[in-house]
Design a protein around this ligand. Sequence first.
Ligand SMILES: [Zn+2]
Ligand SMILES: [Zn+2]
Length: 125
Amino acid sequence: MSAAHDGACHCGGVRFRAHGAPKFVSACHCESCRRTTGGAFSTWVGFSSSDVEWSGDSPYFHASSMGVKRGFCKSCGTPLTYQSEKWPGETHFLIGVFKDPSPFTPRSDYMIEERLHWVKPVAEK
Ligand SMILES: [Zn+2]
Ligand SMILES: [Zn+2]
């Protein structure tokens, strides 16, 4: 295990450390991400759940659709994670909850057909 990536919600109650390199970094333009994060699109950094250590408060989960749960801090409301039966054993983190998000660059745009018309694909090709 090389790099460790620390992160937390805004109030610092929920904290985590993800080990190693992410499996992917991807922007998602779907409506569900928009509604659950409040952002025009979201950028996700995916790790194996077994490479993630949690500390502090436990995240709460919202079932945003069938087989999908989105983790957030119940104290400050920061959205943190996405987990889906479609990607078993993975925890996807919103890029903004890492203490240092600068090592992560999106390599793909997901659900681009649902993007807001003014949003350009963000992935570096
Ligand atoms: Zn919090
Ligand atoms: Zn999405």
